[in-house]
Every structure is written in structure tokens, then in C-alpha cells.
Ligand binder design. Structure first.
Ligand code: BJW
Length: 234
């Protein structure tokens, strides 16, 4: 039975922030039902219409400013407090609600909404409230500022660190992610293949549900605190 003495990797997705009022991507009313992902979440879409894409992310940034973390983020922060470095928290989310709840060293594999990236020199800085196309880089002055998020066709961040954590873990837990987007969707299979226990916590079975040996279904704000309480009690 897994306890706080083991090594745990937690992967979170949009479902962990859904009850904070941030929309998911693929659920009914999700972002990808309202926007064409090819237009707002690919380098090609950005090249076609940078003003539209910057506007999309400016609006997301404004939503995030009004959002507060929920009981699922808080429970994971509590678990990290008890486990220290034995817990690795990887998120696909570009929001900062794990940090708001008190988690540290969160691995943002798809970047961060509140950060900007220079497409020229790679410099990063805090994103202004409203980013415009051709936003000048404060380091190299190139008119190449863009949201520091990972679009389709780009390589997610921190892959070596994530792979190392998964191949050394005793338990891999995926929370609130549809298992639709790779490479994150392949992490459970990677963990299973090295002999780790795999657990899915989600509203409903994900696309990769068969890669998990255990699962619990319900709202993250309920099932995550309940699971964390069990681990802390062992
Ligand atoms: C609840 C809940 C509640 C709701 N409680 N649960 C085959 C193999 C490998 C790769 C590919 C492949 N085919 C195509 C690819 C490439 C592509 C890909 O995966 N495409 C798929 C569509 C097939 N992947 C890429 O391009 C990635 N890069 C890449 O592969 O590079 C190559 C490489 C990799 C590694 C090493 C070397 C090279 C990049 C992917 C970038 C994704 N970017 C986005 C946008 C980020 C910026 C932004 O936010 O705008 O990331 S897309 C979007 O999807 C966002 C998310 O992080 C990501 C995942 O979504 P998530 O979190 O799972 O959300 P949903 O909405 O899908 O699911 C929500 C879930 O929550 C649901 O299950 C609900 O039931 C649940 N839920 N309420 C609990 N209250």
C-alpha cells in the first residue's frame, strides 16, 4: 500500500481547475468547442493571426486573475508538504493555481499563462496584462513576444526531468486529464511499464483509462482530498 514514504508523481490537467471556474478544453462547453485549436494553439495559427491569438490569451489571463484555487489544489499542496521531494507535481495546466494553493517546484510542461517568451532569443518575463502582436522583448528588443505556452507541434518543457521522475516512481497519479494529448497521455503507460502503480482520478474514464490499475471517478474537489487523506493516514 502506497504511503508518504514512497515516490509519487502526480500529473494534473484542466479538470483539477474546472471547479475554480477555468474551462477545460474538450468537455461540453470546453475551449476547443468555441475556438479552433489550429487557429489559437499552433505556431502556424499564431503566424496567420497574431492579434487574434494574443487576444485569446489576454482574455484567459484576465479569467485567471479572478480565479481561486480549490480543495483539490489545496490537498495536493498538503501532500507535498508532508512528502517534500518524494512528490513530483507535473501539470499540463498553464494556470498558477497549484502555486496559489502553496505547492512549490511545480513542473509546468505546457508553460505558464502569466509568462511571456521571446520567439527570437528565448528570454522569459512576466506577461503584461495585455500582450499585443510584435510585443518587444525586454532583453533583445526583437518584436517577438508571445505567450509562454506550448502549442501543438512544439516540444513540451522539462521532458527529461519528468521522464526521470516517472521512471523512478512507485505511484503515478493522473488527475483531471482526458488522455488526449501526447506526450502526457503516454505517462501512465510509461509508469506501468516500469512496475509503478497507476491511479486515475477524474470525472469519467479518460481515453487512456486502461493504462491505470486503479481509478476513482468524481469531482476533483471531492476525490482528491479524500485520496490525499488516505495516503497521509498510512
Ligand atoms: C474533471 C472535472 C472535475 C472535468 N474533476 N475531472 C501521437 C503520439 C505523440 C504525439 C502526438 C501523436 N499524435 C499527435 C501528436 C502531437 C500532439 C498531440 O498529442 N495531438 C493530439 C491531439 C493527438 N502533441 C503535441 O503536439 C505536443 N508536442 C509534442 O508531442 O512534441 C513532440 C515531442 C514530445 C516529447 C519529446 C520530444 C518531442 C504539444 C502539446 C501541446 C498542448 N498544448 C495545449 C495548449 C496549451 C496552452 C493553452 O492552455 O492554451 O495544452 S492543448 C490543451 O490540451 C492544453 C492542455 O494542457 C492539454 C491537455 O488537456 P487536458 O488537461 O487533458 O484537458 P481536457 O479538457 O482534454 O480534459 C479535461 C479532463 O478533466 C476530462 O477528462 C474531464 O472529464 C475531466 N474533468 N471536470 C475532475 N471537476
Amino acid at each position: 500500500m502506497i504511503s508518504t514514504r514512497d515516490r509519487i508523481v502526480v500529473l494534473t490537467g484542466a479538470g483539477v481547475s474546472a471547479e475554480s471556474g477555468l474551462g477545460t478544453f474538450r468537455d461540453k462547453d470546453g475551449l476547443w468547442t468555441k475556438y479552433d485549436l489550429n487557429e489559437v494553439a499552433t505556431p502556424e495559427g499564431y503566424a496567420r493571426n497574431p492579434a487574434f491569438v494574443q487576444g485569446f490569451y489576454n482574455a484567459r489571463r484576465a479569467n485567471l486573475r479572478d480565479a481561486a484555487h480549490n480543495a483539490a489544489h489545496a490537498a495536493l499542496a498538503e501532500l507535498q508538504g508532508a512528502m517534500g521531494d518524494r512528490l513530483t507535481l507535473v501539470t499540463q495546466n498553464v494556470d498558477d493555481l497549484h502555486e496559489q494553493a502553496g505547492s512549490r517546484d511545480v513542473i509546468h510542461m505546457h508553460g505558464q499563462l502569466m509568462r511571456a517568451l521571446c520567439g527570437g532569443c528565448g528570454h522569459r518575463w512576466d506577461a503584461p496584462e495585455d500582450m499585443q502582436p510584435h510585443h518587444p522583448c525586454p532583453s533583445c528588443a526583437a518584436p517577438a513576444g508571445r505567450p509562454d505556452v506550448v502549442w501543438f507541434g512544439e516540444i513540451p518543457y522539462h521532458m527529461d526531468q519528468i521522464t526521470d521522475a516517472i521512471t523512478g516512481c512507485d505511484l503515478f497519479v493522473a488527475i483531471g486529464t482526458s488522455g488526449n494529448v501526447y506526450p502526457a497521455a503516454g505517462f501512465a503507460a510509461m509508469a506501468r511499464d516500469i512496475g509503478a502503480v497507476t491511479l486515475e482520478l477524474n470525472l469519467e474514464p479518460s481515453d487512456v483509462a486502461t493504462d491505470f490499475v486503479a481509478s476513482r471517478y468524481g469531482p476533483a474537489s471531492e476525490i482528491v482530498p479524500a485520496w490525499v487523506a488516505e495516503v497521509l493516514a498510512r
